[in-house]
Design a protein. Sequence first.
Length: 292
Amino acid sequence: MIGFINLNKQPGQTSRDAVNAAQRLVRPAKIGHCGTLDPLATGVLVVCVGPATRLTNLVQETSKTYVGDFRLGVSSDTEDIEGQLEPLAEAPVVTAAQIEAVLPDFVGEIEQMPPKFSALKVNGKRAYDLARQGKEVKLKPRQIQVYSLRLTGFEYPNFQLQIECGTGTYVRSLGRDIGASVGSAAIMTALERTAIGEFSVAQAVRVDDLNAENIVQHLLPVDHCLQGVERVILDDDQAAGLVDAKPVRLLGFADSERVVGVDGQGRVLAILIQREDCIFTPKINFAKYWND
C-alpha cells in the first residue's frame, strides 16, 4: 500500500489514537503523519502509508488553513479552554472593528512566543511535561508565516478567525496575542484544521468510518500532494535507471529546479532535483517500489 489517508479527527480524540487506528488497517505497511492536532482540535490529519512516508516533510511544508473560535476577557495556562481559566479583571468590551483593525499586524512573517503547554523540547524534555510538573518553561520566540487572517464571526466576548499559515504556527497563541493587542486577553475555545495543502476537510474521512473493506477506497495517490509541480513522463530506460538511483537527462527542463517523474501509467517514480544543466537526480525515489 502506498499513498495518503485524509483523516477528519474528531474532538476529544488524540492524533495518536487516530493514527494507531489507521495503522491497524494497513499493516504490515508502515505509517506516518503530517502534523498532529491537540485533542481539542478537529479536522484534517494527513496519514502517509507505505513509501509515501518519505513525503511527510513535503506535506508539512505546505500551508495550513484553520477556523478558530476564541473568547475575550479570559486567559489560561494552556491558552485554550481546557486549561486553568483566569478572568481578566475589568476586561474592556471589545468590538469587531477593534479586532479587524489589529489583524493586519499579524499577517506576514511575524514573531510568536509558543505556549508553554506545547510539544517543543526544552533541554531534551517536552515543554508540556515540564509545565505540568509546575517547572519553569523557558521558550524562545519563533518566526512564523501567516498568509491570511480574516474575522469570520463576532459576538462579544466570542470571535472567530479563518487563518492560513505556515508550519510551526500556534493558533491559540495567535488568539492570545490578538486579545492582548486590543487591551484584553483571549483563549481558544475550538479549532478546526480545514486544509493542509491539497488535503481538505470536505474530502476527509472519520477514522471510525474506516474498515478493512473500504480502506483502499480512501487511499489517495502519491501525487495528491504534488499538485502544481511540473511533471515529465520518463521512458522505459530512464525509469529502469531510477531503480538504481541513476541520474536522468531531461532536455527542455533547464529552468526547472524540481520535477516529478512519472511512468507511462502515471505512477510517480521520483521527485527529481536538477543538479547540473538538465541533469536530474532523485531526491525521493519510488521507482524500486513499483519495480518490486
